[in-house]
Design a protein around this ligand. Structure first.
Ligand code: NAD
Length: 420
């Protein structure tokens, strides 16, 4: 039987799980990444993505159908190519340079009948207005006509043991019916359920709706938390009570701000496009961004006030932060509010130490000592701050031992605990 060749461009949080699933589904997979150290690490069987165990990675490597490379020449002869490169913001503007680089570099290996799929989150129109032209000029071929092109947004939720790549429905699209058929057929081998939509623009917008919905609702509940504190009302209990309504309500929790590669960034892709194309503001997104961005400063103000009540200035205080990642049970510190909180506390003269079981040393902010969660550390801290509520930390010990706890996640209880 002819084994089909898949190239996954980008072996990060999105590309690596896809590559693993594809090897398991029988594809011959090239994991292509320009980051040499990442490629070496993966080739040695070391996974940096929590959801992909070293054992699973080693199994994939041992099939002989998972090849890691930094060379685009190894893409030659592919049947499917999926692009999972970053789409950050640069000065508030979408930075599509990674997609451009990938498109230009893989273009020469596009041949008749092959399929290219973009998964990176981006504004509606990117697949057809940007990527298509790059692939066409580099290959001399056309889509539709010669090769197939589509878009399928990634819904990966790092650290979520229930909803994984294979059992989360996957929205799929193509530039025409034939491309949709190819893209759909590919993902049917990877995931349990696909959701075909009519155009790449609809698929691109789908992802932005999902993330904008989360960002706006988190901002709503964050603002409510700030106001409820001033009103002297327990917002956490009110949310739990509201969540008993069996219809028409979805529960979101306050926190120290939003982070990661998606929530603070993706909605801005949409508001940028609305402004550029329509000359209008997407007001909800802008308001939500503002509210969420203000949360780290709110947390710092609350810690300062708390220390003050304990007769301590923040200057020269010793603070122990629990969790630096933007999300629990992951080590991903990209745009984490913990980084912002740390910097603000350090500027005020505090000594910041942190418990972060998933820490990658090169991502830890300067001047922060990573320590174990011990009674000694807890007793020595003027304030303990629950920033990211990783499971597996002993919150009872924290509440029992620490003098003063500022809990931004509602994980601790007791008289010495102040909640966001
Ligand atoms: N992480 C998530 O939870 C998540 C969820 C849904 C969607 N997304 C979207 O998926 C995309 C990828 O995100 P990620 O979290 O996997 O990013 P990541 O930074 O973990 O991985 C991207 C990888 O692409 C590599 N890369 C960059 N340019 C390259 C190029 N030209 N050729 C080859 N490799 C290149 C980088 O070295 C990196 O290893 C983004 O658009 C993101 O918004 C991410």
């Amino acid at each position: 039987m002819n084994i089909e060749k898949l190239v996954v461009i980008g072996q990060g949080y999105v590309g690596l799980p896809l590559a693993m699933r594809a090897v398991e589904a029988g594809f011959d997979v090239v994991g292509l990444d320009l980051d040499e150290s990442r490629v070496k690490q993966l080739a040695a069987g070391e996974s940096f993505v929590e959801d992909i165990s070293a054992a699973r990675l080693s199994r994939a490597l041992s099939t002989g159908r998972y090849h890691l490379t930094t060379e685009y020449a190894d893409a030659a002869g592919f049947d499917f190519c999926v692009i999972t490169v970053p789409t950050p913001l640069r000065d508030g503007t979408p930075d599509l340079s990674y997609i451009e680089q990938a498109g230009v570099a893989v273009g020469p290996y596009v041949r008749s009948g092959c399929t290219v799929i973009l998964e990176s989150t981006t504004y509606p129109g990117t697949t057809e207005e940007l990527l298509r032209g790059l692939l066409e000029s580099a290959s001399g071929l056309q889509s539709p006509g010669d090769f197939h092109l589509g878009y399928s947004p990634e819904r990966i939720d790092p650290g979520n043991p229930t909803w994984r790549l294979e059992n989360t429905p996957k929205v799929v699209s193509g530039v025409d019916a034939a491309a949709l058929g190819r893209v759909d057929g590919f993902y049917r081998r990877i995931v349990e359920r696909t959701v075909p939509v009519d155009s790449t623009r609809v698929a691109e917008l789908t992802k932005l709706i999902e993330n904008t919905f989360r960002q706006v609702n988190i901002a709503l509940i964050n603002e409510l938390a700030v106001l409820s504190h001033e009103l002297g009302i327990d917002v956490w209990q009110a949310i739990d009570a509201a969540a008993t309504k069996p219809f028409g309500f979805m529960s979101f929790r306050p926190g120290p701000g939003v982070g990661g590669h998606c929530l603070p960034i993706d909605p801005c892709y949409l508001s940028w496009q609305v402004k550029r194309t329509l000359g209008r503001q997407f007001r909800f997104v802008e308001l939500a961004s503002d509210v969420n961005h203000e949360m780290p400063e709110h947390v710092v103000q609350r810690i300062m006030a708390g220390l003050n009540r304990h007769g301590r200035p923040v200057n020269k205080s010793r603070l122990l932060l629990l969790g630096l990642a933007y999300k629990k049970n992951t080590g991903d510190m990209r745009d984490s509010p913990a980084i912002d909180i740390t910097r603000r506390l350090q500027v005020l003269g505090a000594e910041v130490r942190a418990v972060e079981p998933y820490a990658e040393p090169h991502h830890v902010p300067d001047g922060v000592a990573i320590v174990d969660l011990t009674e000694r550390e807890l007793r020595a801290a003027d304030a303990v701050v629950v920033v990211t509520d990783h499971d597996g930390l002993d919150y009872d010990l924290v509440a029992r031992t620490a003098r003063y706890v500022f809990d931004a996640r509602n994980r601790c209880g007791g008289d010495n605990v102040e909640r966001l």
